[in-house]
Design a protein around this ligand. Structure first.
Ligand SMILES: [Fe+2]
Length: 392
């Protein structure tokens, strides 16, 4: 048995400020990678630039990371990092910004590798520049994993690149969730839930690495009622709003999530990342990528739609593990688990053609199927798709 997360992780309020010395010790010139808006709005970018300025570390901000970052974006940012002579990368945001930062850190010190070849480049032989991760959503866990999910639009592929890229430093602060939309918090929290469930219902799960998902699921269970209340209030308010602009306003009026809960959700997300760093994600994540790539479904819900049916199938193989997961979450049975997820993320409708195409592809995805703790059959896979998606 082995447990390996070589990242220096700090989780606390005012984390960047408190550990500015750790941040400026990472390198001499920084490329900061963010999405377009949220890092500015939630204060994380300001915290980081303040610390860098105080430490006399020159930096450049690349704020063009899109959701599901592409090889094109990674290539462009790498070029900018080279011209700036950056020697470390800071990813601020959700999984997209941090994953893109990992890919840029890899390319930065491997000039012979093209961004479009990231998915096929040799996996263990390449070094990377140091990465600092400052997460601002509570789902990805990318600050504590070696994984970077990158999309190559030229070959229609959304997948993790085959390199092991852990951040050297993670600065985690729940206060950055305060300005996030409630549905984003819920969506990313569902992703964290999936990371922990898939880590336990996994052939790589063992007595040592279970300490992470088991503790994390208990914490997640303590947040679930507030998450459900928040999204329920949000949906009711949105129904009453006539226009988009008003919907944004109602989101701010949705049931508030207590600040202590932000910290707990962020802690849980990092623990969930540590969980999949040991086992990797399993079938629901494998199924989610097509839904995101071809139907535009955000990552958290795309995974969450498949979760209850995956748990149901795994109950045939490891019933005691399923029981443990449910009890840690404070749930009595899989039906309650399913109902909770529907309340949080609703349902997803696809065409039969899409559903059949996704299922056919999944049946050959050995990298995920081989992680199932039992003999999953093609019929099981069809069952998961049938149960999880509404077909129009
Ligand atoms: Fe995920």
């Amino acid at each position: 048995m082995r447990f390996f997360v070589p990242t220096d992780i700090y989780i606390e309020t005012d984390c960047v400020k408190n550990h500015a010395q750790n941040l400026i010790a990472v390198g001499k010139r920084a490329l900061i990678m963010t999405g377009q808006h949220s890092a500015g709005a939630n204060g994380s970018l300001n915290d980081v630039t303040k610390a860098l300025t105080a430490g006399d570390i020159p930096y450049l901000i690349f704020s063009e990371v899109e959701e599901n970052p592409s090889t094109d974006t990674v290539g462009k940012a790498t070029q900018i990092a080279r011209e700036f002579k950056a020697d470390f990368i800071i990813g601020i945001g959700g999984g997209s910004a941090i994953d893109a930062a990992k890919a840029v850190a890899l390319l930065l010190v491997n000039p012979d590798v093209n961004a479009d070849d990231l998915h096929k480049a040799p996996s263990h032989l390449l070094n990377h520049a140091p990465i600092v991760a400052v997460p601002t959503t509570c789902g990805t866990g990318s600050e504590a994993t070696p994984v970077a999910i990158i999309t190559n639009h030229k070959i229609n592929l959304k997948k993790s690149i085959p390199h092991v890229i852990f951040p050297v430093l993670a600065l985690v602060d729940g206060k950055y969730l305060a300005t996030a939309k409630k549905q984003l918090i819920v969506n990313t929290a569902v992703d964290a839930l999936a990371h922990m469930v898939e880590s336990i219902l996994n052939v790589k799960s063992n007595l040592l690495n279970r300490m992470c998902p088991e503790y994390g699921l208990k914490l997640w269970g303590e947040c679930k009622d507030a998450l459900i209340a928040s999204v329920t209030a949000n949906n009711a308010a949105a129904q009453n709003a006539a226009q988009d602009a008003e919907q944004n306003a109602t989101d701010k009026n949705a049931a508030p999530i207590d600040a202590s809960l932000y910290e707990k959700l962020m802690l849980t997300s990092t623990i969930a990342g540590m969980s999949i760093a040991q086992t990797s994600t399993a079938v629901p994540h494998g199924m989610s990528y097509d839904l995101t790539l071809h139907a535009g479904v955000p990552h958290g819900p795309a995974v969450g739609y498949f979760l209850a049916a995956y748990v149901e199938v795994c109950a045939k193989f490891v019933p005691q593990d399923v029981e443990k997961i449910l009890s840690l979450l404070g749930l009595n049975n899989i039906e309650e688990f399913d109902e909770m997820l529907r309340k949080l993320i609703g349902t997803c409708t696809v065409t039969r053609e899409m559903r059949d195409k996704f299922a056919a592809a999944m049946k050959t995805n050995r990298s995920k199927l081989d992680l199932v703790p039992g003999e999953i059959t093609p019929e099981d896979i069809d069952y998961i798709y049938e149960k999880s998606l509404v077909v129009e």
